[in-house]
Design a protein around this ligand. Structure first.
Ligand SMILES: Cc1cc2nc3c(=O)[nH]c(=O)nc-3n(C[C@H](O)[C@H](O)[C@H](O)COP(=O)(O)OP(=O)(O)OC[C@H]3O[C@@H](n4cnc5c(N)ncnc54)[C@H](O)[C@@H]3O)c2cc1C
Length: 484
């Protein structure tokens, strides 16, 4: 299919713009399409990447499908059972690519939304400034489904001296392969599953030390479907209250996998606490606090009044300096929402007050999908569905003479200047019906294996976000949390 939308974007107006073509954006697009909205006529999908795959396109090569937690099906088009030894980046990129073609989505890329503004708070058309293949383009939309994930927003907490370090610093998003670390003494920072898995990997090629702010949040809870639902509930209670989602590991905890227990036993997975200063060739650890926390400060299902593995927490008793060649920050990601900053959606607490899992309380033109409790592939798929259904209701209301937000009835002018027509033609319906039939089974099967990918909530300094492949080995439980 030849896609000519790019040429038609300049100064165009849309009923709906979807930003981001990862799991969340594709799911939302599917449900709009399924209801008869036509891509390129009624809505458009913009994506900053060079090609399909969302964040998965960027993940490291040794992260095979078999070592991911679980990649949920997109609605109506099951992933099937690809070779688990193939890199997840390849499989998901191919999967999303076929999905886009099947739906004839005509995703516009590379199209990075630089910012979204509005003349009237919560009403009228939203104005988008888009970097389209390097050119600045303006367009407007009545509604926005934001599905921009977290990958492009890696975070590193501020520590005094961070700019003075003369060794190498990198974030999870920049990891390429373990060999890059051979012989380089490495400080691994962060208490999530990425940090623990990288520590075990790196220990095969170099000397490592683990630093965490809190005691490692190992949990004896079984990572089953109920656990997934509890995790989502705990995260949702924060986002509905306008708080930023807490760090992933505080809510999910770390599973007591055999390799983790062995790692603690061998000393590789033993945290020495958190350093308070970075020096040109190392870091300074303060003395162990007199009144030490005895819990990991876990939230939701991972909360416990005592540590599941107390031997994994051994801060240095006296202050000391440790030297390193590399500081490897596995300190998480935040929701990539900078382009929405001009709309002032943030609460004083730093979150975005939500009415539901997807609906922004203070601006009824905007939906966030893949945010907070919906940031796993299963959650993203669900959020896409909920957002599309809610949006369709709002479109019906506006078509009946209501308004987008409090704006006048939305224009249905299309990119090519035509007026929007009634729902899909016959060919689309056939397609649509086929996919819909498959969708029912898919969703039912996946509905209780929910996971969460909330963001870090610490003050942070972004390193260069050079997305590289990442590795998470040994994650075998399908309902386990996404790595951080
Ligand atoms: C290391 C790691 C491992 C994970 N493993 C798992 C797992 O095993 N199972 C699981 O369910 N989840 C896992 N997750 C969570 C996973 O990322 C989500 O499940 C899922 O990929 C999120 O989908 P999404 O559509 O919300 O975001 P993404 O896949 O990140 O897609 C967002 C898209 O938006 C685009 N975009 C961003 N900003 C803009 C902008 N301003 N303008 C235009 N486009 C923009 C991006 O280019 C991207 O294509 C993992 C996360 C991490 C960090």
């Amino acid at each position: 299919m030849v896609c000519r939308l790019t040429e038609l974007l300049v100064d165009s107006h849309w009923r709906v713009v979807i930003i981001g073509a990862g799991q969340a954006g594709l799911s939302a697009a599917h449900y709009l399409w399924r209801d008869g909205l036509k891509p390129g006529r009624d809505f458009i999908v913009l994506d900053a990447s060079d090609g399909p795959g969302g964040a998965w396109r960027q993940r490291w090569e040794s992260l095979t499908l078999g070592s991911t937690n679980h990649i949920a099906d997109l609605p109506g088009f099951p992933l099937g059972a690809p070779d688990p030894s193939v890199p997840a980046s390849e499989i998901v990129t191919d999967y999303y690519s076929r999905y886009e073609q099947e739906l004839e989505l005509c995703v516009v890329r590379p199209a990075e939304v630089a910012h979204v503004t509005s003349d009237d708070a919560g009403a009228g058309p939203l104005k988008l400034t888009v970097m389209l293949d390097g050119e600045r383009v303006h367009l407007t939309s009545d509604y926005l489904i934001n599905a921009t994930g977290t990958w492009t927003h890696p975070y590193v907490p501020y520590v005094p001296g961070i700019a003075e370090f003369e060794g190498k610093q990198l974030h999870t998003a920049q990891f390429r392969e373990v060999e890059d670390f051979r012989g380089l003494r490495t400080l691994v920072v962060g208490g999530g599953i990425s940090a623990t898995q990288f520590l075990l990997e790196l220990a095969t090629v170099t000397d490592t030390l683990w630093a965490t702010r809190r005691p490692p949040n190992f949990t004896a809870r079984e990572f089953d479907g109920n656990w997934g639902l509890e995790v989502e509930r705990a995260v949702r209670s924060r986002t509905l209250a306008g708080l930023p989602p807490a760090s992933v590991v505080r809510t999910t905890g770390l599973p007591l996998r055999r390799e983790f227990l062995d790692g603690v036993e061998s000393g590789v997975l033993v945290s020495r606490g958190m350093f308070d200063e970075i020096l040109p060739h190392g870091v300074h650890f303060p003395a162990r606090p007199a009144e030490e926390a005895v819990t990991s400060e876990g939230l939701g299902p991972s909360h416990s009044d005592r540590l599941a593995l107390p031997q994994s927490w051994q801060p240095f008793p006296e202050e000391r300096i440790e030297e390193f060649d590399v500081i490897f920050w596995n300190t998480g990601f935040r929701a990539a929402l900078n382009h929405l900053a001009p709309l002032h959606l943030r609460t004083r607490e730093g979150g975005i007050a939500m009415d539901t899992e997807v609906a922004v309380r203070d601006d009824h033109r905007i939906f966030l999908v893949g945010y907070g409790s919906a940031s796993s592939t299963i959650g993203a798929t669900r959020a896409g569905r909920i957002a599309a259904r809610e949006l369709l209701k709002r479109l019906e209301t506006t078509a009946d003479g209501g308004s987008a937000g409090q704006s006048p009835a939305p224009s249905t002018a299309t990119a090519d200047g035509r007026t929007a027509e009634p729902p899909a033609d016959t060919a689309e319906r056939t397609n649509h019906e086929n996919l819909s039939a498959q969708a029912a089974g898919t969703e039912a099967a996946g509905s209780n294996a929910a996971t969460a990918r909330p963001d870090e909530s610490v003050p942070a300094v972004a390193l260069d976000a050079v997305p590289q492949a990442q590795r998470r080995a040994g994650a075998t439980v399908s309902s386990a949390p996404a790595a951080e």
